[in-house]
Design a protein around this ligand. Structure first.
Ligand SMILES: NC(=O)c1ccc[n+]([C@@H]2O[C@H](COP(=O)([O-])OP(=O)(O)OC[C@H]3O[C@@H](n4cnc5c(N)ncnc54)[C@H](OP(=O)(O)O)[C@@H]3O)[C@@H](O)[C@H]2O)c1
Length: 198
C-alpha cells in the first residue's frame, strides 16, 4: 500500500544477503511510491506494529518524521530535559501538524495549535494546551488565548505572512517553516544579513 510518501505491505520475496526480514513479514518502508510491488533496501524498512493498519502506517513515516525534525530544529527536547517552551503549531489538524502537537507534548512545552473550528475537538484531544481558530481575529494574528508569546513556531501552512510572527514571538525564537515561499525565504535572508534576532 502506498501513499506517495511511504510503502506499507508484506514481503513476497527476499533478496540475497537479507538477514533481518523474511517472507511474509509485514513491513513499512520510507520510500515514495504507489506501486503494488516495490524493491526496498533492508535498511529502509521496519516491521509494522500489528496494532497499526497498513493504511495508517503508509501515511505515518514522512509526516511524523518531518514533525519530529521540526521540533528538534526548533529546540524542543523531547525527553523533557529542556527549558520550558511555548510552542505554536500552525495547520495543527494536518498531516504534519497533528504529529507535531503530540510529539511536542513529550517535551517541556506549552503548546498552542491553530486549526479550523471543525477540527478543534480533534486537536484538543492530542493533548493541546489551548486552541486557536485561524478564522478568528485572534487566530489570524496568532495571539494565544492566554496571551503567551512563543519560543518556537512549527509553521505548516501557507497564507500566514512571516511578519505576523513578529508580535507574538519572544526575542530568541525559532520559526521552522515547511512551506517555504519566496517571500519567506527573502525575509529569512534579510533577518540573517541584518543579524535580527526575530
Ligand atoms: N517541506 C516538506 O518537506 C513538506 C513535507 C510535507 C508537507 N509540506 C507542506 O506543509 C504543508 C502542510 O502539509 P500537511 O500534509 O501537513 O497538510 P494537510 O494535511 O494538507 O492539512 C492542511 C491543514 O491546513 C490547515 N489550514 C488551512 N489554512 C490554515 C491557516 N490559515 N492557518 C492554520 N491552518 C490552516 C487545515 O486545517 P483545517 O482542516 O482544520 O481547516 C488543514 O488541516 C503543505 O503546504 C505541504 O505542501 C512540506
Amino acid at each position: 500500500m502506498g501513499t506517495g510518501s511511504d510503502i506499507a505491505g508484506e514481503i513476497v520475496e527476499i533478496g540475497h544477503g537479507v538477514a533481518k526480514f523474511q517472507k511474509g513479514d509485514k513491513i513499512v518502508a520510507m520510500l515514495g511510491g504507489l506501486a503494488e510491488y516495490v524493491v526496498v533496501r533492508e535498511d529502509m524498512m521496519v516491521i509494522k506494529p500489528y496494532e497499526v493498519s497498513a493504511i495508517e502506517y503508509a501515511g505515518l513515516g514522512t509526516s511524523a518524521l518531518i514533525a519530529y525534525q521540526c521540533l528538534i530544529t526548533a529546540g524542543v527536547k523531547l525527553d523533557k530535559t529542556g527549558p520550558p517552551m511555548n510552542v505554536l503549531i500552525t495547520a495543527a489538524s494536518g498531516g504534519v501538524g497533528h504529529y507535531a502537537v503530540q510529539l511536542s507534548k513529550l517535551g517541556n512545552t506549552h503548546v498552542t495549535p491553530i486549526c479550523g473550528a471543525c477540527n478543534a475537538a480533534f486537536v484538543r484531544s492530542l493533548w493541546a494546551d489551548e486552541i486557536l481558530d485561524y478564522k478568528t481575529p485572534e487566530g489570524k494574528a496568532l495571539i494565544s488565548p492566554s496571551w503567551r508569546k512563543y519560543d518556537a513556531v512549527v509553521h505548516c501552512t501557507t497564507g500566514v505572512n512571516w511578519s505576523t510572527f513578529n508580535n507574538v514571538l519572544i526575542s530568541k525564537e525559532r520559526v521552522v517553516d515547511i512551506t517555504l515561499s519566496p517571500s519567506a525565504l527573502a525575509t529569512f535572508t534579510m533577518k540573517k544579513l541584518t543579524c535580527s534576532k526575530k
